[in-house]
Design a binder for this molecule. Structure first.
Ligand code: SF4
Ligand code: MG
Length: 329
């Protein structure tokens, strides 16, 4: 993904000019084959828009989305339809994303009608049964309707539908956020197993850093439509550099009381500003306890800081919390 940008125009009333909502700005990163890349940030930070722009479900305004060297943004509708087989999505609200008038079998088989039209009825059915088994659904459920299923089972149906075209990359957009906590781990484990079984690459979107951490090799942190940090799961968790990442971590429970105290210093303050009127300089400065005058004037560049780790903060090197502060806090 290179230099990706997306804005939406917001109508504000009959007599006023529409406002420009900058949903994504200057997004560049790559995904490695077979990895799980987590995307984390508060709601409204652009996570879902990014996932949809990568899959071309939303058309980006700028940049490139290179898939195996081919720019998806340059493909015709017909060419993109063929690529669609490789690129699938799992949605947040499983029940809402399933057509209530279709049976489970019809729902799971649906992508095959357009993407694999050469398959006959029996071949389609055989594939559906195989996928139902892979996601832990009984094949005899094939003629039932979505309302007969729990949220967790409905998400298994959504996962089977995403897998049926044998995709290479799946964007999982908050796939467990709508589920009971007791079911979340089951679905996360299922996704991890399926990833190994089918050799998938996953983009895993969540507002919850503990969920993302559980499944991701690397984690990309978004704030107001920009990347503020990108690092491995361990780096993000053990040694976060950006004040926003530190703040998100304070919401993740940890057993060590000393560390918990240190983290409480960084707890997130205030509300996320409107993406329509973003702060000058560093957009996180209105909530950052480390902000100084420079932060209002100059936007911190996204710097490479060793390996392929990225951070966008003027002060990332100076803001280690001192040992004394930890004890006092
Ligand atoms: Fe905080 Fe300044 Fe770093 Fe932004 S650039 S995160 S305001 S210290
Ligand atoms: Mg979202």
């Amino acid at each position: 993904i290179r230099g990706l940008g997306k804005s939406f125009s917001i109508a504000t009333g009959l007599f006023s000019q529409p406002l420009e909502l900058k949903a994504l700005q200057d997004i560049s990163f790559s995904i490695k084959k077979g990895e799980t890349l987590g995307i984390v940030g508060e709601s409204g930070c652009g996570k879902s828009t990014l996932g949809r722009c990568i899959l071309q479900l939303i058309e980006p305004d700028q940049g490139q989305v290179l898939w195996l060297g081919q720019d998806l943004m340059k493909l015709s509708g017909e060419e993109m339809r063929k690529r669609r087989q490789d690129l699938q999505i799992i949605f947040q609200d499983p029940l809402a994303s399933l057509n209530p008038r279709m049976t489970v079998g019809e729902i799971i088989a649906d992508p095959l009608r357009t993407l694999r039209p050469e398959l006959g009825r029996d071949q389609r059915r055989a594939k559906v049964v195989k996928m139902m088994e892979a996601v832990g659904l009984l094949p005899e459920m094939i003629n039932r309707y979505p309302h007969e299923f729990s949220g967790g089972q409905a998400q298994r149906i959504g996962i089977a539908r995403a897998l049926i075209t044998e995709p290479k990359l799946i964007v999982c957009d908050e796939p467990v956020s709508a589920l009971d906590v007791s079911i979340q781990a089951q679905i996360l484990n299922l996704l991890a197993d399926l990833k190994d079984e089918f050799g998938l690459t996953l983009i895993f979107i969540s507002h919850n850093l503990s969920v993302v951490r559980h499944v991701s090799d690397r984690i990309l942190v978004l704030y107001l439509g920009r990347i503020v940090e990108l690092a491995t799961g361990n780096e993000i968790y053990d040694d976060p550099k950006h004040p926003y990442t530190k703040a998100l971590l304070t919401a993740v429970p940890i057993p060590d009381p000393k560390l918990a105290r240190q983290r409480s210093i960084d707890a997130l303050r205030g509300e996320i500003p409107s993406p329509i009127s973003q702060p000058s300089g560093c957009t996180f400065r209105t909530r950052c306890r480390y902000a100084k005058p420079l932060c209002a004037e100059v936007r911190p560049p996204l710097e490479t800081i060793g390996g392929d780790r990225l951070v966008a903060c003027h002060r990332w090197q100076e803001i280690e919390v001192p040992e004394e502060a930890m004890v006092e806090a």
